[in-house]
Design a binder for this molecule. Structure first.
Ligand code: SF4
Length: 508
């Protein structure tokens, strides 16, 4: 048996400034505004990978571009020609990070890419992914969508044994675990490492020339396999396959790992799938409506949510409007079911999403007015049903209602295409502390009064379950507090920075 000291397999993270450039900010530790101050659940991350393509970096850029909604804080691509790894990462949007000649330098026929919105670890450049390490078998790169709930405990343990971490991201924990494995083949090293990880992970990795995809046993976050000619593709959502002209092949199964190399695509069942916990919020809000996620067309699911909502909470009104863009499909479903015409009563400024460059004072001064503008000609004198996908703190919804009334709406009937959010997410979605979720401490009637609406209706849990194909295969924890993988209540995305060992492993 090959005995190794715990440090013998330590990976070394590539030094950030030498090969990692920030396209939009020269400070490698420049932090972004704290997105948790915003009244929205935040998407987590998007991952993409392709094997055997002449222009792998360009295709990965296009894939990341279509996954931009899953993370706007940083982006990165790592390529290989089988000999060298080349990498580029930066803070900001994909188009900013890869402006200029950055893509030209990323030669190679294999690539992985990542869009990040931080769920564990702050918004510094050092945490931008893919992370790349040197370890005893060569080079390894990883891009992670999800959140490990026991990352802090694992990190504490490894630091106690002498490991040195160079980021505050939970993803680095996976790299250390892989590097410390006594196995010698990557198909054994990765399952061995992931067996110690609890929580949510959909991963793409590059090990030498091999592209690898892996998904946690509960399948919290999506990951699919596609094919572009002879080139296999991995992506968080099918919209990224569409943009590169790849056909959808199948989802990576929960607990499955696929290895893609010159021999083709090999599938390895790492773990027995556990009770399915695919994040239902991907279908309600996070994923793009043109994607197919967990085998369901997202637009179709959202229309069904809207239709069911209209049956559960009808309204006597003149028009139905959405809070664009995320509730467009649900509002159309509500309109179709109720027979009330759909109108464009709110117009969204699409460029405000670029909070990376939005001065915070401007955001504070103008609030929701920066993002939405009401169409007075449509709203004036009307009884309006406004459909939104969720209410988090309630502050944005309240401002929107005031805006609609200011534009002449005679009545406002607020409809929500998901149940009340009363619990925080620990599986890769940035949610405020539970105390800040309005539904954790207020009844529907209290929320109605706070929003100042004539009526308020949330979709029921039964209604939500009726709109998905496998109702028992989803996570609904932010609605019902039924967490499949337990954690310390104080776990949040900055826990690694604070170095607080407050994560309790109580996995079911
Ligand atoms: S808690 Fe909510 S947002 Fe988080 S994984 Fe579960 S369903 Fe998705």
């Amino acid at each position: 048996m090959n005995e190794r000291s715990p440090l013998a397999n330590e990976p070394s993270i590539h030094p950030a400034p030498a090969t990692v450039e920030s396209a939009t900010d020269s400070s490698p530790t420049a932090a972004l505004p704290d997105a948790r101050s915003q009244d929205r659940l935040r998407e987590e991350c998007g991952v993409f990978g392709i094997w055997g393509a002449e222009n792998a970096a360009r295709l990965t850029y296009a894939g990341l571009y279509s996954l931009q909604h899953r993370g706007q804080e940083s982006a990165g691509i790592v390529t290989t020609d089988g000999i060298e790894f080349r990498e580029h990462r930066g803070l900001g949007l994909v188009s900013d990070v890869f402006a200029g000649s950055a893509l030209e330098k990323l030669r190679g026929h294999v690539a992985i890419g990542h869009n990040r919105y931080s769920t564990t670890g702050g918004s510094q450049l050092q945490n931008a992914q893919p992370l790349v390490v040197n370890y005893r078998e060569g080079k390894l790169a990883i891009a992670h969508n999800g959140n490990l709930v026991n990352a802090l405990a694992l990190r504490d343990e490894m630091e106690g044994q002498g490991s040195i971490f160079q980021t505050t991201s939970d993803t680095e924990v996976i790299l250390h675990l892989i590097a410390r494995s006594n196995a010698t083949e990557i198909e054994r090293m990765i399952p061995e490492a992931l067996a110690r990880c609890q929580g949510a992970y959909s991963l793409v990795l590059l090990a030498g020339e091999t592209l690898i995809g892996a998904r946690d046993p509960r399948g919290f976050r999506p990951l699919c396999l596609g094919r572009r000619g002879d080139s296999p593709v991995l992506a968080s959502e099918t919209c990224a396959l569409d943009i590169v002209g790849a056909d959808f092949v199948r989802e990576i199964e929960p607990g499955e790992m696929v290895l893609i190399d010159r021999k083709g695509v090999r599938s390895i069942r790492m773990f027995k799938p556990e009770s399915g916990r695919a994040c239902v919020f991907e279908l309600i809000y996070f994923s793009r409506p043109d994607s197919v996620v967990y085998g369901m067309p997202v637009d179709q699911v959202r229309r069904n949510l809207g239709r069911t909502l209209a049956k559960e909470h009808p309204a006597d009104a003149d028009i139905v409007i959405s809070v664009p863009d995320s509730s467009n499909s649900a509002a159309l479903g509500f309109a179709e079911e109720s027979g009330i015409p759909f109108e464009l009563g709110l117009i969204r400024n699409h460029y405000v999403g670029r909070t990376f460059i939005a001065p915070q004072q401007i955001t504070r001064d103008f609030g929701v007015n920066l993002k939405f503008n009401p169409v007075r000609r449509i709203l004036d004198g009307k009884r309006v049903v406004v459909v939104d996908d969720s209410i988090v703190r309630g502050t944005t919804s309240r401002s929107l209602v005031a805006m609609l009334r200011g534009a002449g709406a005679r009545e406002v009937h607020f409809r929500v295409s998901s149940p009340p959010i009363g619990w925080s997410c620990y599986y890769g979605i940035d949610t405020p502390n539970r105390r800040e979720l309005i539904a954790s401490s207020h009844t529907v009637e209290q929320i109605r009064r706070y929003l100042h609406v004539d009526s308020l209706g949330y979709l029921s849990m039964e209604g939500l379950r009726a709109c998905v194909e496998r109702p028992d295969g989803h996570c609904y924890a932010c609605f019902n507090g039924d967490y499949a993988v337990r954690f310390g209540e104080e776990m949040d995305k900055l826990a690694m920075e604070r170095g607080r060992a407050n994560v309790a492993e109580m996995g079911s």
